[in-house]
Write a protein of this length. Structure first.
Length: 338
């Protein structure tokens, strides 16, 4: 926890120094702390804790260029602890500089190369097997043609960051987010030192109030190096009816056509107070059918969320809680975005 506080203080110091030097500086972030306790664990730890802090600093250097710094600190006792600069890169508006009829942005530095988070349910079971994400040192060109954009990116040399060493990354990512209620992404994303065998995938999110639907499907030309199998899919749907919310999702792959099913429901008890229930079912070979269940109550005063709940599991399942134990237990969690 001391490291988290140190990171926050460091970020505040950088902002204090940078504001007088830059004409336009903005920052935002998130602080999250969670703890779960098993009263009678059958084996292993009786408690588990997780702390996370993130902040970004965006400095507009001039009308064409901006600097982006991202800082993180996280600690999961007994597993990992990391802190420091998460990303640092330059973005240049080449379209404006050259007076192009379309948008063109160049990115250079250390940044996260991720496909988008298409999800309809809070479980996010539908996008878990499809999404690709790596921290890279490299360049990216993004062409914005109004109704969507396409990004082409590549690593320069080896990659090394807070996620550790990763192979070089090359990707083409197409986003079409302005097709009415439909949001589409298609991508070719690969890693490797010698032979380029990427994931080729597409996913979509459709929002017809009060229902959201998300689905994705991908082929792994590296035969399971990037996806859970040679192919993988996910489908989810959720309905928001005001006071009540319900959703369901399923995913699978070439090894297990039905891998995991997630069910969830929530209710607004009063303004700023809600209750949520999640259930996970394993359908793959060798998995327990009942993965777990979680019930919790959340108080949401302003931008913060304070949650207390209980997890029933023998498989370290969790839903709203970011921590769990093999035998579940009582959890308390605080979350603030700013």
């Amino acid at each position: 926890m001391k490291k988290v506080i140190l990171l926050i203080m460091s970020a505040l110091l950088i902002v204090a120094v940078a504001v007088p030097a830059m004409a336009d500086v903005s920052w935002s972030g998130r602080i999250l702390a969670s703890m779960v306790t098993a009263f009678a664990p059958k084996e292993g730890k009786a408690t588990n804790r997780y702390y996370y802090a993130y902040t970004d600093l965006i400095a507009e250097v001039d009308e064409y260029n901006k600097l982006v710094f991202e800082f993180t600190a996280d600690a999961n006792p007994g597993i990992r602890a990391s802190w420091g600069v998460y990303s640092a890169y330059i973005e240049t508006d080449l379209g404006a500089y050259f007076g192009l009829p379309v948008g063109l942005t160049g990115t250079f530095g250390n940044y996260w190369a991720c496909t988008r988070k298409y999800e309809a349910t809070w479980h996010a079971t539908e996008r878990a097997p499809i999404r690709q994400c790596n921290q890279i040192n490299g360049v990216k060109a993004t062409l914005d043609f109004g109704m969507g954009n396409v990004a082409v990116l590549t690593s320069i040399g080896d990659n090394f960051g807070v996620a550790g060493h990763t192979d070089p990354v090359q990707a083409i990512i197409l986003n079409l987010p302005e097709l009415g209620p439909v949001d589409v992404e298609a991508f070719m994303y690969g890693t490797g030192q010698e032979e380029f065998k990427p994931v080729i995938a597409a996913d979509v999110k459709v929002a017809f109030a009060p229902v959201d639907v998300a689905a994705g499907f991908g082929f792994d030309l590296a035969q399971g190096a990037h996806l859970p199998g040679d192919w993988a899919y996910g489908v989810g749907a959720a309905a928001d009816l005001g006071m009540f919310r319900a959703g369901a999702a399923v995913n699978g792959n070439s090894n297990d056509a039905l891998n995991f099913v997630a069910l969830e429901a929530g209710a607004e008890l009063m303004e700023g107070l809600r209750a949520d229930v999640g259930v996970g079912l394993g359908l793959a070979s060798g998995m327990d059918t009942f993965q777990g269940a979680e019930i919790s109550v959340a108080l949401e005063p302003g931008a913060s969320c304070w949650r207390v709940g209980y997890i029933i599991t023998q498989n370290a399942y969790s839903y709203c809680s970011v921590t769990s134990l093999a035998d579940g237990g009582l959890f308390v969690q605080g979350d603030l975005s700013f």
